[in-house]
Design a protein around this ligand. Sequence first.
Ligand SMILES: Cc1cc2nc3c(=O)[nH]c(=O)nc-3n(C[C@H](O)[C@H](O)[C@H](O)COP(=O)(O)O)c2cc1C
Ligand code: SF4
Ligand code: SF4
Length: 254
Amino acid sequence: MIIFFSGTGNSHFVARELAKALGENQLVHLKGELLFDPLKSRLSTTDKRIIWVFPTYSWGVPPVIKRFMNEATIKGAESAIHYMVTTCGDDIGETASQWRKIANKKSWHTATAYSVIMPNTYVLMKGFDVDPVNISKEKLELAPERIAEIARRIKNEVPGDILTKGSWAKIKSKIIYPWFVRFCMSPKPFRSNGRCIGCGKCSKSCPMHNITMDGDRPKWHDRCALCLRCYHICPCDAVEYGNATNDKGQYFLE
Ligand SMILES: Cc1cc2nc3c(=O)[nH]c(=O)nc-3n(C[C@H](O)[C@H](O)[C@H](O)COP(=O)(O)O)c2cc1C
Ligand code: SF4
Ligand code: SF4
């Protein structure tokens, strides 16, 4: 079984490619009710492995994944071996250790962990933007080889992680990550600008059902994963996050 979460398509792509390479036919997309209320989820598997695929957020596990792992009922999870594949724009810090800690608390048996570099999606702070087209293209060209290697290693139960942790991994994950989760994940600054045509695409595609249409304008509520799908998917580049998104680019992988 592959359980995945994806805001802008990168992790969805990786999950799909892994499923093809490994012949996995149970692909669970974490969105809607599953994400919104993990306590109500009733997943079940007889597979010998569960592969968790999700993006790295501020050098750590996205809070929605943490919550899902802690709260969801997954019959068969105790007898399966768990793997992690995280996608990132650059590096993941200690995301794998965080994921192992959550799994171990559930008494789940963890095996190897991997990261795949994909185009960057984080645009909400000064100095952060999507990649230039050539970098994005290069990352997308290199990814299939990395995914194939990960699939080979999982299939053959090869020991050892393959991770791009980057520099200052412990500081980023142990100090910046908790600060980011506490102070930088609010959906309050989201708004639409004058370019909005009221198409409702942001609202329909939000994995948390966090956006309703108020007449012909989207309205953000407070159950947000900060996945940035609404920002990147807007056909009119009409979603803003305070002033942080002025002149920032968009990226979305179908
Ligand atoms: C809130 C947020 C935080 C992020 N933090 C990191 C990070 O710490 N390191 C990194 O390399 N990329 C970071 N990124 C980029 C994403 O991890 C990366 O683009 C990922 O592939 C997006 O996956 P998705 O398209 O499946 O949502 C972040 C993106 C978001 C939205
Ligand atoms: S996707 Fe963009 S244009 Fe469409 S309703 Fe949302 S903000 Fe407006
Ligand atoms: S409101 Fe936007 S950023 Fe928040 S979960 Fe929905 S799509 Fe993602």
